[in-house]
Design a protein around this ligand. Sequence first.
Ligand SMILES: [Zn+2]
Length: 136
Amino acid sequence: MNSTQDLDYGHAMCPHCRQWFDAAASKYCISLLLPGVPDRLCIFLCQTCQRKAEGLDASQVKTLHKRCSETLYSERDLNWSVTTELTLRLHGGDLAAALEFGLGLSNVVYTAVINGEIDLCVYPGIHISYAAGGNE
Ligand SMILES: [Zn+2]
């Protein structure tokens, strides 16, 4: 198995088939809200698993989603193709960038954003600013 250092930019491991793939091409997202995780998890499948998933019925899709989330929980130290909704938002929906650069927020700011206590404004490039959330 490859180490993280061998990976090309934006590559991650598919939690369904355990193959490394270019995450930039992934369009299939499993969005889960799990106990103890304040942000929605976004799990992306490789193109091969994506094609397989598109041909499944609802029950089979549910099984696939369960299997992927169990894999993520049982082996937490691998570079899975998983991020959160907020991390994707911070990177303009670019999964490869979200996987490479992560959230980049302190726990305090992250928790405040998730709880709706502050708003986050993201500009292209390097500017991120915060404004107090209001009840307007
Ligand atoms: Zn796969």
